[in-house]
Write a protein that binds this ligand. Structure first.
Ligand SMILES: [Zn+2]
Length: 240
């Protein structure tokens, strides 16, 4: 595969923004986004992960919510891969401005990236919904059956967007602003029809879209440069 065009586009870009999709996360060991895992989860807990990872479950069945959250999300949060490390290098070099993602595992930041807009929040930040006291990963992992605020006794809430919750409007506005400034948009690990891409693409008025995703899709034709491969394999070759 010849990456010369993508290399040149990146080298000549003035404001490069990256949309980091869910397929990049499945290549890290975290299981939440894997479809084949959905059946295992449902058999184990008796509910689908969509049902359990919801505001309704958090509010009404906190024991079950946090058992699922600890075992399937916190303990299987994966490790950053070569894609995240390459993005971190690109940011360090001043080549990449902003990463926008719906991923909640903080993989980009854990891989060394700095400017990351996590539209759905992240599992490392947890707050008491009453007094706003912050709690970290260790506290969440070690609270059985569920994490309670040490100051006021309320159940701590992970700062992630659960099913049934609205996206944080401020973050969406910020993402829209970043995309509107971009001359090149690099979409990794999702199709151009994915929720992440469709949320952001309508604000893009730049000249080039680079798409790196393992699955082919009819929407690929909207991209100027398409590479069907895993971002963790392809991106380090485009930006060696
Ligand atoms: Zn509290």
């Amino acid at each position: 595969m010849n990456y010369e065009k993508a290399k040149r586009v990146i080298r000549e870009s003035e404001y490069l923004v990256c949309l980091l999709g869910r397929n990049v996360s499945t290549d890290t060991g975290c299981l939440l986004y894997r479809e084949e895992n959905a059946y295992v989860i449902e058999a184990k807990y008796g509910y689908s992960q969509e049902e359990m990872f919801s505001t309704a479950f958090y509010l009404n069945r906190p024991r079950q919510f946090f058992e699922f959250y600890r075992e399937e999300i916190l303990k299987k949060r994966g490790e950053p891969n070569a894609c995240h490390h390459t993005l971190a290098r690109m940011q360090k070099d001043g080549r990449l401005k902003t990463i926008i993602t719906r991923e909640i595992f903080n993989l980009a930041k854990r891989g060394g990236c700095t400017n990351v807009l996590a539209l759905h929040g992240n599992i490392y930040d947890n707050f008491c919904p009453h007094c706003q006291t912050w709690y970290g990963m260790d506290y969440m992992l070690n609270s059985d059956p569920f994490p309670v605020c040490q100051k006021c006794g309320k159940i701590v809430k992970p700062q992630v967007c659960l099913n049934g919750e609205m996206l944080d409007n401020l973050k969406v506005t910020e993402a829209a602003h970043e995309v509107s400034k971009a001359d090149v948009l690099m979409v990794l690990g999702c199709t151009l029809r994915s929720s992440l891409a469709s949320t952001c693409l309508k604000y893009f008025s730049g000249k080039t879209i680079i798409l790196i995703n393992e699955e082919e899709d009819y929407s690929d034709t909207k991209a100027d440069y398409v590479c069907h491969g895993r971002a963790k394999d392809v991106l380090p070759q485009i930006y060696p």
